[in-house]
Design a protein around this ligand. Structure first.
Ligand code: ADP
Ligand code: MG
Length: 241
């Protein structure tokens, strides 16, 4: 039995069969991620990062191995059970921001709470506070077309954290951003981990993010190659608590 606060994988393997050619995307991957830190899974394109994220978040099932998330063995859940687990505990951020063009920032975030049946006033307040958290309180009336790429990704992060998930997964969240905005978004993910105590996992092939994570897990050819705790520069919140 794993701790009800951790996310762990043991012996994960996954392969894909395409036109009778089998690709081993992951082979025997084991790791435990802890709450309150930003773990960066890094490595070149095709090394299995997205596959690992999708297995650890219950989006897909491994060929073999186990995932225990917050004390639940995801392998024992059926598809509906895993959907319910993700809805209750997981937030997701992707490379493409996946925002609705017609909605302003506040509405994008509020929608998540509306969907969960939270009363309007409370949903509006919750959305406003999530946008404050990502530094966009003053931009909440703007639609995606009026926001920069970095701001759009921060709206997507606000949408992912508004329901206060204990697990936050980000797959290449900085790939569409320049280096300044990439750093802002990464620092924000780290700050969220520190402040909320969530398990935050970010997957990226961009080596510039390595110095900004609490922990760096390097992958190569479907396997873990190195696992290290870095000594990153203090984030803004640590300088001005
Ligand atoms: P990364 O995110 O590090 O770029 P992926 O996990 O997406 O790597 O992919 C790992 C390997 O598995 C690659 O060789 C990729 O082509 C293959 N792969 C990933 N998803 C699929 C899929 N749905 N169907 C077939 N092959 C896939
Ligand atoms: Mg990927």
């Amino acid at each position: 039995m794993t701790a009800p606060t951790s996310l762990s994988a043991s012996g994960l393997a996954k392969s894909y069969l395409v036109q009778s050619i089998r690709t081993q995307a992951l082979a025997d991957v084991s790791l435990t991620l802890r709450p309150g830190e930003l773990s960066l899974i890094s490595g070149p394109s095709g090394c299995g990062k997205s596959t690992l994220l999708s297995l650890m978040s219950g989006l897909s099932r491994p060929d073999s191995g186990e995932v225990h998330a917050l004390g639940t063995d995801l392998g024992r859940l059926d598809d509906a059970g895993r959907d319910a687990f993700r809805l209750a505990h997981c937030g997701f951020v992707f490379q493409g921001f996946n925002l609705f063009p017609a909605l302003d920032a506040l509405e994008q975030v509020q929608l998540v709470l509306d969907y969960r049946g939270v009363p309007q006033d409370e949903a509006r307040r919750g959305a406003a506070s999530a946008l404050e958290m990502v530094g966009l309180g003053h931009r909440s009336h703007l639609r995606p077309a009026e926001l920069s790429g970095g701001e759009k990704q921060r709206v997507a992060i606000a949408r992912a954290i508004v329901k206060r998930p204990r697990l936050l997964f980000a797959d290449e969240p900085t790939s569409a951003l320049d280096s300044v905005n990439g750093a802002i978004v990464t620092d924000l993910l780290r700050e969220i981990a520190h402040r909320s105590g969530a398990i935050v996992v970010c997957v990226s092939h961009d080596p510039r993010l390595i110095a900004r994570a609490d922990r760096v897990i390097e992958m190569e050819d479907g396997r873990l190659r190195r696992d290290s705790h870095g000594a990153p520069a203090p984030s803004a919140t640590e300088i001005h608590p």
